[in-house]
Write a protein that binds this ligand. Structure first.
Ligand code: IPE
Ligand code: IPE
Ligand code: MG
Length: 241
């Protein structure tokens, strides 16, 4: 299952009254993690999926409202078919297992991206998770699959134009992320210093956090460090205070 039931005590250091409401993570470095161990890249993706489970549980227990994870980009289709199939199969496996924990822990899950390009069995599970999510109001995990920030903006702009005038509000209402507050913190592990087409619209005022740790090695401790770093930042949004 994606979310284990284990309760983890939040560290006393994190200020629970000033938590980021929405954390987003670019789950990068799976391939390098596997290569370091002379394992196939698929083993890295499997380890990365486990990391997501642990990090999501930690965030939920800490009191974070939204966790968004970049799982597969519109550009990742350019990888060898075997790797793409492996990633989609992993997603399928984790979705099946997560349905039970969603119902038990009242977790919402939403998929951001063009799901129409995904295999039929995966789309059926996504429809089922949507149904379950509609019943709850608590912690929400957003999984970005076949997601690209540019595609998202172009699609939203077209939909907004078809509905009338294109304004920031109308465009936002047609993003995959409609209704979800912008991320307060984006975390990119694996040492790469870029967004790779992730949440381009939504990240206008997001705090960015980079770490060399590869995603499969990223855990609650590292998430705590990222939150502590975030809590030391001064978010000005263009003002001078
Ligand atoms: C991220 O890990 C997972 C996906 C992009 C699907 P990578 O597979 O990109 O791992 P590295 O960057 O090659 O180490
Ligand atoms: C970003 O990682 C996409 C995901 C983690 C799903 P990539 O590995 O695809 O990004 P680049 O190619 O290093 O920019
Ligand atoms: Mg990568």
């Amino acid at each position: 299952m994606i979310f284990s039931n284990r309760k983890k005590q939040p560290s006393g250091e994190v200020d629970l009254t000033r938590l980021p409401r929405h954390i987003a993570v670019i789950m990068d470095g799976n391939g390098r993690w596997a290569a370091k161990r002379a394992l196939p890249r698929g083993a890295g993706h499997a380890a990365g999926a486990e990391t997501f489970r642990r990090v999501a549980t930690y965030c939920k227990d800490l009191g974070i409202d939204y966790l968004t994870a970049y799982a597969f980009s519109t550009e990742n289709w350019k990888r060898p078919a075997q790797e793409v199939d492996g990633i989609l199969n992993l997603l399928d496996k984790y979705l099946r297992e997560s349905i039970e924990s969603m119902e038990r822990d009242h977790i919402r899950m939403r998929f951001l991206g063009d799901c129409s390009a995904l295999p039929e069995k995966l789309r059926a599970f996504i429809a089922r998770t949507d149904e379950i999510s509609a019943r709850y109001t608590g912690f929400q995990a957003n999984i970005c699959v076949n997601y690209g920030g540019r595609d998202e903006i172009v699609r939203a702009a077209n939909l907004a134009a078809a509905a009338g005038e294109v304004t920031k509000e109308n465009l936002e209402a047609h993003l995959w992320s409609a209704g979800i507050p912008d991320p307060d913190l984006i975390i990119r592990p694996s040492g790469e210093l870029r967004l790779s087409n992730f949440l381009l619209w939504q990240s206008a005022y997001t705090e960015l956090y980079f770490t060399d740790t590869l995603w499969p090695d990223f855990g609650p401790k590292e998430m705590e460090l990222a939150i502590l770093d975030y809590q030391r930042r001064n978010r000005r949004f263009g003002e001078i205070s």
